[in-house]
Design a protein around this ligand. Structure first.
Ligand code: HEC
Length: 111
């Protein structure tokens, strides 16, 4: 019984004291950053148009042209990942055409 009263008192004191806000270890200040200019551009071609429409809504063309030369099955995995993981909106029926376009756009000495 005494123990229950003690516990109740303990709970009451714990609840009645508002938790003290911890001191912020830093202060926010207005700042700005300058991002590097986007320089990558896909050449004007039907393949580039296809890739631009399907791929550049979420990230720059840099993300595509700065990849090492990839084999068709590797591009196919990327195209699938963009759709299934990141919710790109092109339908699965577009995959083969996109892979062909990506292969066409990458460096001619690619495997
Ligand atoms: C719905 C948004 C979206 C679309 C559309 C999209 N991507 Fe991505 N992509 C992402 C995100 C998010 C990442 C991860 C970015 C990061 O890690 O910083 C990414 C990353 C990548 C990468 C880096 C390697 C990797 O696997 O993470 C490549 C290459 C790439 N995308 C190619 C493409 C291509 C090619 C297309 C068009 C067929 C495309 N993306 C369309 C969202 C998208």
């Amino acid at each position: 019984m005494r123990r229950a009263v003690l516990l109740a008192l303990l709970a009451l004191t714990a609840c009645s004291k508002p938790a003290k806000e911890p001191e912020a270890p830093f202060a926010f200040a207005a700042t700005s950053i300058t991002l590097p200019a986007e320089t990558a551009a896909l050449p004007a071609s039907p393949a580039a148009d296809r890739v631009t429409v399907a791929c550049t809504a979420c990230h720059s063309a840099d993300m595509i042209v700065r990849q090492p030369p990839l084999k068709p099955e590797q591009w196919a995995a990327t195209v699938k990942k963009m759709r299934e993981v990141y919710k790109a909106t092109y339908p699965e029926s577009e995959d083969a055409g996109l892979v062909a376009a990506l292969i066409e756009l990458q460096s001619p000495d690619a495997p």
